[in-house]
Each structure stands twice: as C-alpha cells, then as structure tokens.
Design a protein around this ligand. Sequence first.
Ligand code: UD1
Length: 453
Amino acid sequence: MSDRLAAVVLAAGKGTRMKSDRSKVLHAVAGKRMIDWVLDALGPLGVDPIVVVTAPDQDTVRQTVLSRAGSAIQHETLGTGDAVKAARGSLEGWCRDGGTVLVLFGDTPMITPATLAQLIETRRGAGDPAVCVLGFEPKDPALYGRLVTGPGGGLERIVEARDAGPAERAIRLCNGGVMAIDAAVLFAYLDRLENSNTKGEYYLTDLVGIAREQGRGCAVITCDPIETLGVDARAGLARAEAAMQARLRRAAMEGGATLIAPETVFLSHDTRLGRDVTVQPHVVFGPGVVVEDGVEIRAFSHLEGARVASGAVIGPYARLRPGAEIGQDARVGNFVEVKAATLEAGAKVNHLSYIGDARVGAGANIGAGTITCNYDGFAKHRTDIGAGVFVGSNSALIAPVTIADGAIIGAGSTVTTDVPADAVAVVRAEARVLPGGAIRFRARRTAGNKTED
Ligand code: UD1
C-alpha cells in the first residue's frame, strides 16, 4: 500500500454568516488563524502536496498559505464535491501514482494530527477501503450528514440531513467532514457526482455510495466531537475559542504549570509555561510569551511577546508588552508596564511605572511611579539603567539617558542628563518652608471673603 499522501483543504465557502470583510478561515482561534491550525495539523503527517481551495476573491487566503501549500480556485460554490474537483489541475497527475488524498475543511481548527493519522492508517489498512470517513456522534445531529453503515460495520453511504428520510435521520453517527480517499479513484469518482439533491450541489459525501457501486469497501472511524467543530458564525468562533482554550489549559497543566482558576486564564497557541509556574486567576497571554520554570504570574496580568526568566514574580495587574525580557528573580509589580525593555536578574519595578525602550540592570530598584520618557513626539529613545541603581519614586527619566551602575536618583527627579556610576542625582526645586505661613494665608483669605460678603 502506497504511503504517498496529499491533502485538499476546502475554504471556498462564502462564510456569509460571519458578516465579516475577512475570509472566514483567516479568523483566529487562540491567536492563530483557523487555516493555520488546519495546516499545522497536517504538518507532522508529511503531507505533500497540500492544495487549499479558495474562492476567486480570496487573494489574502492564497497569500497566507503560499509558503506551505498550493492553492486552487473554485469559481462557483457548487458544493464540497465540486470544490475538490477544483484541485484537479494541481493533483490529478499526482493521483495517478496512487496514495491517499485527505480532504478536510479550513474552518475546523480543532482537528488533531493523531486523529488524521488514524484516519489515514485505516484508509491504508485492511480491505483497502476507497474512502475512510471521520465520524462522530454529536449531541444534536441536526444538519450533519448521516453515516449509513452495513451489517459488518462498513460504510454504505452518506445521506445529507436535508435529503434524509425519518429512518436515516434517526442515525446518530454523523459525518465530521474529513475523508481519506484512494488517490487512484478520486477524480474518476468525482466525475460521477450529480447534483440532483435538495441543495442542488455536488456533494463530496456521495463518493461513498459511488465507491460501493464500484464494489469498493468504505470505512469509518470516530473521534471526539470537539475535533469536528466547524465555525460558520461568530457564535461558532466563540465555541471554538472556548474549546481551544480548554485544550491549551489542559496542556499547560500537564506540562507542570499550576493554573489556580484555569477557566479564567487565556492562552495563545504558542504560550510556553515552564514547570512549577503558577498562574493566578484572570491572566491573559497574548502571542509570543515564554515563561520559564518557577515563575509566579499574579492575578489580572496581561503578557504578550515577553520572556520571563525563572523565579520572577509578575503582577498582580502587570502588563508585559512585546520585547519585555524579565530576568531571573526579577519583580514586576502592580500597574507596571514594560515594553521593549530588559530587566536584568533581581531588578525590581514594583509599583505604578512605565519602563519602555530600556535596560534595568541587575538588582536595580525602580521606585513607585518612575517613568522612562522614551518618546519625544517624533522618535523613541533608550534609557539605560545600570546594575544596583536606585531610582527614587516619581522620577521621570528623559531618554536618551544613562544612569550608570550604583547611582542613586532622588525621588521626584526629572533626569535629563547622564548620571555617572555611584553618583547621587537629585533634580527638583529647593523646598521653601515658611513657618506660620499657613496661618497668615488663611487669615488673608478669611479677611478677603468678609470684604466680599
Ligand atoms: C458538510 C458535509 C456533511 C458534514 C458536515 C460536517 C457535504 C455535502 N456535507 O456539510 O455531511 O456532516 O460538513 O461539518 O460535504 N466548501 C467549499 N466550496 C463549496 C462548498 C463548501 O469550499 O462549494 C467548503 C466550505 O468553505 C466549508 C466546507 O466546505 O469549509 C463545508 O461546507 P458546508 O457547505 O458548510 O458543508 P456542510 O453543510 O457543513
């Protein structure tokens, strides 16, 4: 049995119910486009070629998949069978040498490589089935195609819900939408499809009946219904997000992270949490976050494009933006925003600060309310804070500026010039204290008020 493997990913459907200017498959789940989830699921299986079937106006989809899949255009949406036919130009030659063609939908982000592998294995296995279908038993079969099986459990035909009689409607086993098809017969069978059905479409699902007429066997395997979850409207997108979040949270916990209230933590497709990381409730991870072992992320923090080294404590209420590099055992406290900045080992920025385009040296302590003023209205500038520096509260560091190792900045300073190592810089107005001044002031005001009366 040939182990050659190709795939056709259908994405040409109009997606009207999304009410979006963007193609449906470009909508993201856990920060990754649905079409990328599907192509990633194919990744470990060594599928080559992959053809994504698109509508004529889906240039952006074609551009998006360009680096790892070919594309074909289905000029009119005449049904799933017609959509696979659109890949003929890319695949027919390849199919002549046999193998298996997987057909799957671009709007089913939950499908896993393990399930696809099982489907392929069954297609290549006993009896050489012409078509192997991924089935599932949904709570509500509603509009899914019903899988009609024979006495031996083999698949006899698929009946779309709209075309099904009462007996067929009663079948619980449904078509999940993924099929593995013998490449040698794919296009010959597709040419036999007819559109004499309720929708007037060319149904891919009719391939099963055609195969049986030709004396070929067909098979079905089943999977967790969640894997077949398709998105056709915003509510479905939210369901897919919830399902993906549940999967990502489970994986994070299996990897050794503690999520105290997992259902309140939102992860991205690429979030990496080390062992013994603790994530308190209500934390959001945008894309590109790596958290090393033993870190604590306290409640209500938001992280994206950030790396946090072991032993650091983040939050509560911290915001790490792209380019934040938090060193070992460093602290980023409440209402602190860090962007494109490195906090070296043991540095502390604990309260109410903005650290942007900066380096904070090892062990430095940045007082409450300190701001790196990185933007002058035209360009961004860097602030370099050396190791062991102490910046007093409510200081404004006007970039570009360097505060060298061991320097101390007095609270309330507005620092516009470089400060050498181990120097003390205090940049604020002299205090004027007038003994009894308050009494005189009140007296003046009271007298003034009486006059006005
Ligand atoms: C399809 C199956 C049904 C199955 C269900 C699972 C058929 C005939 N029916 O029904 O048995 O239970 O999926 O979700 O296959 N598409 C195109 N071009 C077209 C039509 C569709 O590319 O002309 C793409 C769509 O973008 C979508 C996918 O194919 O991603 C499924 O199409 P859709 O019309 O939604 O099929 P269902 O009615 O869900």
